[in-house]
Ligand binder design. Sequence first.
Ligand code: PEP
Ligand code: MG
Length: 555
Amino acid sequence: MADRIELPGFGIGTRAVAGPVTRMAGPLPEPPPVASDRTPDAELAAARAALAAVAGQLRARAATLAGGTEAAEVLEAQAMMALDPALGAAVERAVAAGRTAARAIHEAFDGYLAALAAAGGRLAARVADLADVRQRAIAASLQVPVPSVPDPGHPYILVAHDLAPADTAVLDLGRVLGFVTAGGGPTSHTAVLARSRGIPAVVGCTGAERLTDGVTALVDPARSLVIGAPDPIEFPAELPAATSDGARTAASAAFAGPGRTADGHPVALLANLGDPAEAVAAAAAGAEGVGLLRTELLFLDAPAAPSWQRQRDAYRTVLAAFAGRRVVVRVLDAGADKPLPYLTGPPEPNPALGRRGVRALRAAPHLLRPQLAAIAAAAATEDAEVWVMAPMVAEPDEAAWFTAEAAAQGLLTAGVMIEVPSAVVLAEEILAVTDFVSIGTNDLAQYALAADRQLGGLGALQDPWHPAVLRLVRLVGEAGARAGKPVGVCGEAAADPLLACVLVGLGAGSLSMAPAALAPVRAALAGRTLAQCRALADQVTAAGSAAAARVAGLP
Ligand code: PEP
Ligand code: MG
């Protein structure tokens, strides 16, 4: 029996879950160019069988999806790649030269990958698909598992070195009870997605590799802890799901209605959405509108930008759920941990500091303009109040450019995210050319403290309680008050009930968060006057570290 182990990390959510571990395999190493000890005929048969098996698996997966969808088409196209006769001939030549099946497949795909990448445009966007087929075929020829989200056929705890946001977005919640990753920080996009999808997780988990397949793991995000092989007696006491959900429902019923402080100062409580399908539930959870619709997920799992019509329909779904209310649609925020081969270009040494967000969009008006047009088309048929917002703005010039692009499509309320320190310093100039700003505390913390969101080990520096971040928020709040324009917060900070009060004290007029956080934040605000929020903000920002700020904020 496995020994009990306790592994610390950063918890996402509050609900504890337990189940058997299934690990996601790491990427396969390149098969070495060693001479085969089998006959060329045997290697060729193995390579052909592997390619045929992969094509069969991909077709079977496509058949489970609605026909004609982009996802089904991509899988069908991948199946055809595996069976391409020219590729088969290249494999045959490599085997004849003495290669193993795995190495022959690797080399045969190499030429195709290079040719596709060199072709550029839509063809280059297929590189990732082809690389995936190669990976699957090599795995099949070696008879090892394909490194992708596994499906053991029963509910399980997923343990991975790291998960891409695109993987997290499509995790099957009927199967994945929760997940544990060795990489990733508390504000990584994977963590953000887990929070919005309500998946309990512990990220940046030290020692996650010690959780082996089949061992029982207790994922306890409230304590930021994973317990491998827990004692049976600690189980019931450590699974408070029913109680905490019940408490949340009660809190929500007691404090329904618009957000306001105890003395009636209004604070719009809005939802962060990553998937249009979440809109109805967010409205039901009491969101007064949407403060951040992250649109990149529409783009992330596709080999090319989604069509204008598909985008318009997705935006309409959200607008329809919020008739008469504000919906802030953020245009595509690609780059860093959300790479889009067809937008962000070749790999960069420091992608978080690279051509991302609005910088990437400026170089790709052929992507931005259809997106804005799709938002405008959706706005024209729905009753929501549509605002558009640009990500990762560093200078007023970028903000002015975006305002003009939005206006050209008839979108007359345009704002920007404040998540780069230079945008804080220049907030006044930015507000002169935009209608509103929304502070992204996740990236603002990352850039203010030079602490990568993706690195679990730097969690203490990515803490939005950090007084350096909060003092920056105050500067933006003051600039907004001088300009008479709205300042909101849409980073994860807004989802922490006590910190939400601090943010209001610093000048935030709206707070946008995962819908599950709305009720506790509403309750916390209702318990303090605006003057008390300001006093709390003064206490907290006077501290010298996040830890000291948390202590200073204690009731
Ligand atoms: C942020 O950076 O705080 C933010 C809300 O944007 P994202 O998390 O999508 O980068
Ligand atoms: Mg951001």
